[in-house]
Write a protein of this length. Structure first.
Length: 174
């Protein structure tokens, strides 16, 4: 399955290569950790469970955007001419459309997301792909302070594929 996302993703959001790279990074760090005896071989079973829902979401989004861009005949053309140029006026839509953020991975043994509150866990850490598990705080990585603050986190544990394994909630230390 590695790299299939790059071949299956329609081009409308430009995420085929990105999905393929995320697939490779996900598997590579796990293979290295198993090889080095840092994690059990069973961790390799998490690859498809983590990547498949994410890839399906990205493919659905690409297909939806492709349909919005190309389907509907004359009526679709009219909507694209009249409605689309005004969509930026809808509060919050512009930032959502222009965001390069991908959906967070689901809860698993390697993504410790809380059940009843929002968390950075499962999301990609912007601009960081460490060579080993790395703890990120505003003090250790000042360039990520805003990201942590917006994610309501005091610290985040980043996996070697750039995914947040776990994030500690902001607020007073416990």
């Amino acid at each position: 399955m590695l790299g299939d996302a790059a071949h299956l993703t329609p081009p409308f959001i430009g995420q085929g290569l990105g999905a393929g790279l995320r697939d490779a990074a996900n598997l590579a760090w796990k293979l290295a950790a198993v090889r080095d005896g840092e994690l059990p071989a069973s961790v390799l079973d998490t690859y498809q469970a983590e990547r498949l829902p994410h890839v399906r979401t990205m493919i659905r989004l690409a297909k939806l955007l492709g349909a919005a861009m190309t389907e509907g005949g004359e009526f679709g053309n009219l909507l694209r001419r009249v409605v689309m140029p005004r969509l930026h006026l809808v509060p919050g839509l512009k930032n959502r459309v222009l965001s390069s953020e991908t959906p967070a991975l689901r809860r698993s043994e390697l993504v410790r997301r809380p059940r009843f509150r929002r968390s950075l866990a499962g999301s990609l850490c912007p601009g960081l792909m460490p060579d080993r598990m790395t703890v990120v705080t505003a003090e250790t990585h000042p360039e990520l302070a805003d990201w942590l603050r917006h994610g309501h986190a005091r610290a985040a544990l980043i996996r070697p594929d750039g995914v947040v394994l776990e994030a500690t909630p902001s607020g007073p230390p416990r």
